[in-house]
Write a protein that binds this ligand. Structure first.
Ligand SMILES: *Cc1c(COP(=O)(O)O)cnc(C)c1O
Length: 443
């Protein structure tokens, strides 16, 4: 399967928001010294080009030709749709558009950065990429990127998902990856958690620690992260750059909405529009939606914290619930994370992005209405964005206001039917802890 030449509508450059942020980012700290980390140390963990991009002050970075070709192959540009049947069902004067990342071959936006990361690793002569996956979308994307570019891929998958989502595992195996349930007995950190609980369900934070420990043992391996970091968010800006081009044929959006785990799909759609707002060329409202079970934006503290549970990653200044927080097992596995992208944290602090949080039952209800009206079964993660959109469209109706909403439908939910089944049977729990480790000295 080969797309005919890179589609001319695929962007040629990614947008890097770093030089345009309202304040400079606080530097990541070395977990051993608590001093700003040396790039040399980061290069042992990540491919060199990614470390460069992570700290780059260049506003645009060229997308390598090979990556653009692969973008065409996996289904870019992704379609832009208007949700007319949803509008009608809501009786709203708002017009609702969405970018559909579920249309890529792996079914979510994660492939946009997976291809870029695998490309740079391959160029550098790296042989293996190691990563974690929570719900499985990131592991799936990196496995395919490895298959396309000729790299071995090893994935640590949170044990609960490993057991509950066997089909994700099948897809990764078909793409040729090695998969281990996490915590595993392959790493010190994994064994530590297994000693605490032999049936430990795992989580993103633990799986990240295991993947990093694995990489540090193999000179020819590097780690790949699916969200949070600057370079990951930058690779995702193909979504927003395409959307600006596609919306030209229709109208300017007033409101931009996305769901947030680490922040990458939200930033991918929003940051190219944010650039215009930061320049004073346009005014948009940005709404970021998270689960109440993992409310880093609405209830987290802004502080330095680790990106993983084991304390191996550099410390980043971000909105966090505390790296020791065990996120309850909501079905939106991709949103079960304690932290948040540092750039998005800054934008929230400056009031540029408004965060909201919802419970999973109301989110699945929104997804059900969307499925009935538009036909697409959204990923439970993306359904958070849909809930945000519906609330906003109903408010427009109440106030008799016409407005244009654009949101990111980050992935399809065809491998999340277990969660939908539980919802239909009335068996979903809504979780919201009273206190989080970050507020109780757990940083
Ligand atoms: C991973 C994932 C998310 C959450 O991660 P972000 O980095 O916040 O985008 C959201 N939607 C889908 C479909 C995902 O796979």
């Amino acid at each position: 399967m080969k797309a005919v030449l890179p589609d001319s509508r695929i962007p040629k450059r990614w947008y890097n928001i770093l030089p345009d942020l309202p304040e400079p980012l606080a530097p990541p700290l070395d977990p051993e010294t608590e001093e700003p980390i040396e790039p040399e140390k980061l290069r042992r963990i990540f491919a060199g080009e990614l470390v460069k991009q992570e700290m780059s002050s260049e506003r645009y970075i060229e997308i390598p030709k090979k990556v653009r070709k692969l973008y065409a192959k996996i289904g870019r540009p992704t379609p832009l749709f208007r949700a007319t049947h949803l509008e009608k069902a809501l009786g709203t004067p708002a017009r609702i558009y969405f970018k559909y990342e579920g249309a890529t071959v792996t079914g979510s936006h994660k492939i946009n950065t997976a291809l870029a990361q695998a490309y740079y690793a391959k160029e550098q002569g790296i042989e293996r990429l190691v990563t974690e996956t929570g719900a499985g979308q990131w592991g799936t994307a990196l496995s395919l990127a490895g298959a396309f570019l000729g790299l071995n891929v090893r994935v640590y998958m949170a044990r609960a998902s490993y057991q509950q989502k066997p089909y994700r595992k099948t897809i990764m195996r078909l793409y040729g990856a090695e998969i281990y349930p996490s915590p595993s007995d392959r790493t010190n950190v994994g064994r530590r958690f297994l000693r605490e609980d032999p049936n430990h369900p795992g989580g993103l934070g633990i799986a990240i620690s295991e993947a990093i420990e694995d990489v540090l043992r193999d000179e020819n391996a590097r780690y790949a992260l699916g969200s949070v970091l600057n370079h990951v968010l930058m690779h995702q800006t193909v979504i927003g750059l395409e959307a600006i081009d596609q919306m030209k044929e229709f109208e300017e959006p007033d409101i931009i909405i996305g769901c947030v785990g680490g922040g990458s799909n939200f930033a991918g759609l929003a940051y190219p529009f944010m650039k215009r707002k930061l320049e004073g060329k346009a005014d948009y409202e940005f709404i970021a939606v998270e689960p109440r079970a993992a409310p880093s934006m609405t209830r987290g503290v802004y502080a330095y914290d680790y990106g993983d549970s084991g304390g191996y990653t550099p410390k980043m200044k971000m909105h966090t619930l505390g790296h020791t927080y065990y996120v309850p097992p909501i079905h939106a596995g991709g949103l079960r994370y304690h932290g948040l992208a540092p750039t998005l944290s800054v934008l929230i602090n400056h009031g540029m992005v408004k965060p909201v949080a919802y419970h999973q039952n109301e989110v699945f209800q929104a997804a059900e209405l969307f499925a009935k009206t538009e036909g697409i079964i959204p990923a439970p993660e993306s359904a958070h964005a849909i809930k945000g959109v519906i609330e906003r469209a109903l408010k427009a109706k109440e106030e008799g206001r016409e407005e244009t909403i654009l949101f990111n439908l980050s992935g399809h939910g065809l491998l999340d039917l277990g969660g939908y089944e539980a919802f239909l049977d009335g068996k979903l729990d809504d979780y919201e802890p009273d206190v989080f480790p970050a507020m109780a000295g757990g940083l």
